[in-house]
Ligand binder design. Structure first.
Ligand SMILES: [Zn+2]
Ligand SMILES: [Zn+2]
Length: 812
């Protein structure tokens, strides 16, 4: 057949149009096939897709196509994390309603998805800003309220005095407002809704055992640290004058005889009584300073309150301080400082000249002496100068001393977590309305279930002025109380958008259900998710919240699984020409540009080829050009060799060996480590051999190679694969064909039989791959048992190798 040149535009456009019409990628209901649920994290509809997104989707799409070809019933859905702040900011800046802005972006991104031919079952599309979705957020909220898992309390929030609004942590940049870089963010106390994720802290930790092996170890470590479980004790120090108690949390009660001060968090409630007005102002400043910063990064500061409290074990009075590094949200909001045995305490006490007193010695060493200590001793050891506890090991002393505190009524053993309850209230418009009503007579009244959804009003003015925009919509705010019928006020806060993404993957299994969030039987079939793919930046928040939601849903009897996701894959970042992509640098590599200039097959194959999927990829235009040329080589070879009728077959063995080696490599990689870069390299090697041996391949071998080439390219370059399939005169979508089996015998390298002679006489034989170096063959010959015995004690005069045939060893 005449050779055709590779015209990516016309090939991709042709199949794009055909693939639009059919329900091509529909997952089957009630299938007898084994199921496979593969999912990429749903995107925020910012409006454009770039090469970083394409990498995420290309990995998922390759896997979905491979699994279809392996006979699975594949569920591969896509949706939109459509609520959130950017839509609201766009509304303020450009006067476009958030819904219109969001919908326009979804349309344009969906068009790009389709152009790339990603294999989504669009019938299951979920958009979290639609009432038929967010009504179930509201329903889950009410269920949590019923179960005591949702509650309201006063909490400190980031507040920008210039914006006159609450900021999310992400909107605080180095302690200042992201919009007003010179305006320090303050902390304001407001009534907020919380979800009691801390009730599940232990389960979230324990169930990580089920995830080991399937989730990246580093994500599990980040989650463990985020939950931050510490075992210790709570101990009361009594204020010398008033007799009031300060409860501290410590993980090292064995060091308590070395406690030389007590430090309160700046927002500790006792400060109201202990501090004078000046000191209160200083404490408030400390709280504000902390806004949006990692407490570990803040210079440690503090001041003496003028009060003393007694150590309940020794009776010794110690000074009470306020310190900016003590957090109200961890433990009890107060600590005892043991500078001899804790680095942070050591740093703080040295700075302010507070006594350092070591009380633990190393098991096989001496007690440190002060002055002269350069660092604290933080390991376990043996107690000294600790009353009748002296001589005990730290391990023995910790539980005994905690039990003693409990017996004597001044403390107890306790566990604390770094994890805090999840604050979900946002003073924002573009989110799910929290379904409660405030009544002067009845208090907080849940919206009755049959009145859901509480619709978010459209067409309202968003100005960025103080408070939630919903407060200024009387038709939304004014309601009658569902309980007493009197006049009442609707809650105007909306939910954190992480609520939306905590359960969306369940909705994909039953997206049109209007009676329930989903049918549990459908979940039982599809869950757990077999493979979840997304960025490591979601290691905490989303990936913890969604685990929490699953456990709550299980306890409600809605699902049987305790974890949503069996396996998680976190792909590496994509940078461009050596630099991080950013709008300000103008180096964002857009998906539509890629499709236009190189074609979508090239773009996908580039991100899969340029690095293993977990590693960073550096976008280089010349790299994409290389892939483009490769696809062109494949296409030209295939078109000119279709229906070939002659060829000696002298090269068949070589060509088929390469073919089956590539197939074996790709198959094993899909099942294990996903090194798609080396998979694609093996197809490139095959194509090189095809070019080198083109004249000597038999018609049958040519037909086999072309058919299998079309099939094995399907996960990586679906358009070219489909076009080749059609050039071969075959029908139907390639991903519905069987994945080709490889033949291990054919894939084996042939071995040369090498005769080993000693002084010209045949003595043994060794086997090595054709082309093995003379040095290596000599080494094998000398190591051969028979030969080694024969030449033992003799002197080797010389060794004469004949490549792939013979080694003659001359001895005396
Ligand atoms: Zn501001
Ligand atoms: Zn009422």
């Amino acid at each position: 057949m005449p050779e055709k040149s590779y015209d990516h535009q016309s090939i991709e456009l042709k199949w794009f149009e055909r693939w639009q019409s059919a329900d091509l990628y529909k997952a089957e209901e009630n299938s007898a096939k084994p199921k496979y649920y593969v999912l990429e994290m749903l995107p925020y509809p910012s409006g454009t897709l770039h090469i970083g997104h394409i990498r995420n989707y290309a990995i998922g799409d390759a896997l979905a196509r491979y699994k279809w070809m392996r006979g699975y019933n594949v569920l591969h859905p896509m949706g939109w994390d459509a609520f959130g702040l950017p839509a609201e900011n766009a509304a303020i800046a450009n006067k476009v309603p958030p819904r219109a802005w969001t919908q326009r972006n979804i349309n344009s991104m969906k068009a790009t998805h389709s152009r790339f031919g990603f294999s989504y079952d669009w019938d299951r599309e979920v958009s979290t800003c639609e009432p038929d979705y967010y009504r179930w957020n509201q329903w889950f909220f009410l269920k949590m309220l019923e179960r005591g898992l949702a509650y309201r309390k006063q909490a400190l929030l980031n507040w920008c005095p210039k914006c006159a609004t609450v900021l999310a942590n992400e909107q605080v940049v180095e302690g200042c407002c992201w919009r007003h870089e010179d305006t320090p963010v303050e902390q304001r106390a407001m009534q907020q809704w919380f979800l009691k994720i801390t009730d599940y802290a232990d389960q979230l930790l324990d169930d990580m055992k089920q995830l080991e092996g399937g989730w990246p170890e580093r994500v599990l470590t980040m989650q463990r640290n985020w939950i931050g479980r510490s075992e210790g004790a709570e101990i009361d120090f009594k204020l010398v004058e008033s007799g009031e108690l300060i409860r501290v949390f410590t993980t090292r009660v064995d060091t308590i005889y070395g406690a030389t001060c007590v430090i309160l968090a700046p927002e500790h409630p006792l400060n109201a009584k202990l501090l004078n007005e000046n000191a209160k102002a200083r404490a408030k400043e400390m709280v504000d300073m902390r806004a949006g910063r990692d407490p570990g990064d803040i210079e440690k500061e503090g001041f003496f309150t003028g009060h003393y409290a007694a150590n309940p074990y020794s009776g010794e009075p110690v000074p009470v301080w306020v310190g900016n590094f003590v957090l109200m949200g961890y433990g009890t909001g107060a600590i005892m400082a043991v500078p001899g045995h804790d680095e942070r305490d050591f740093e703080f006490c040295r700075k302010y000249g507070i006594t350092v007193r070591p009380v633990i010695r190393p098991t096989d060493g001496e007690l440190a002496v002060e002055p002269g200590m350069v660092e604290p001793f933080t390991d376990y050891g043996v107690l000294e100068n600790s009353g009748h506890w002296s001589g005990l090991s730290s391990e023995v002393a910790r539980p005994r001393m905690a039990a003693y505190a409990e017996e004597h009524g001044f403390g107890k053993a306790a566990i604390t977590y770094r994890l805090k309850d999840w604050g979900i209230s946002r003073q924002r418009y573009w989110g799910t309305p929290i379904p409660v009503i405030h009544c002067a007579k009845c208090g907080v009244v849940p919206v009755p279930e049959d009145q859901l959804p509480v619709l978010l009003p459209d067409n309202i003015e968003i100005t960025g002025a103080e408070g939630s925009p919903l407060e200024h919509v009387p038709s939304f705010v004014s309601v009658s109380c569902p309980r007493c019928g009197g006049p009442a006020r609707r809650e105007t806060d909306t939910m954190d958008t992480f609520m939306d993404s905590s359960w969306y993957f369940y909705r994909y299994c039953d997206p049109h259900n209007d009676k329930a969030p989903f049918d549990s039987a459908k979940i039982a079939y599809w869950f757990e998710i077999d493979q979840y793919i997304g960025g490591v930046e979601h290691a905490i928040l989303h990936l913890i919240y969604s685990r929490f939601f699953t456990k709550v849903m299980r306890d409600m009897g809605l699902v049987h699984n305790s974890e949503p996701t069996k396996r998680l894959f976190t792909q590496g970042m994509v940078i461009a020409e050596g630099a991080k992509m950013s709008k300000s640098k103008g180096n964002v590599v857009g998906a539509d540009m890629l499709a236009e200039r190189f074609g979508t097959d090239t773009a996908r194959m580039f991100v899969l080829f340029a690095a293993p999927p977990e590693k960073e990829v550096d976008w280089r235009a010349e790299g994409a050009e290389g892939i483009y040329r490769f696809l062109g080589r494949v296409y030209r070879f295939a078109t000119r060799n279709v229906g070939r009728t002659e060829g000696s077959g002298a090269s068949d063995r070589k060509v088929l060996r390469k073919l089956h080696q590539a197939l074996e490599k790709i198959t094993e990689d899909f099942e294990t480590r996903w090194h798609f870069n080396t998979c694609i390299a093996s197809v490139m090697e095959l194509v090189n051999v095809l070019y080198a041996e083109e004249g000597e391949i038999s018609p049958q071998a040519t037909a086999e190679v072309l058919e299998k080439l079309a099939l094995m390219l399907q996960p990586f370059a679906p358009y070219v694969s489909q076009e080749l399939w059609s050039e071969l005169g075959k029908e139907g979508p390639v991903f519905k064909q069987c994945w080709p089996a490889y033949d291990t015998e054919l894939a084996k390298e042939d071995l040369a039989e090498i005769v080993v002679q000693v002084n010209g006489k045949l003595r043994s034989r060794v086997y090595a791959a054709f082309g093995t170096s003379s040095e290596e063959v000599e080494r094998m010959a000398l190591a051969d048992e028979k030969i080694a015995a024969m030449i033992a004690g003799k002197k080797i005069v010389k060794i004469i190798p004949v490549p792939d045939k013979l080694v003659n060893i001359v001895v005396k």
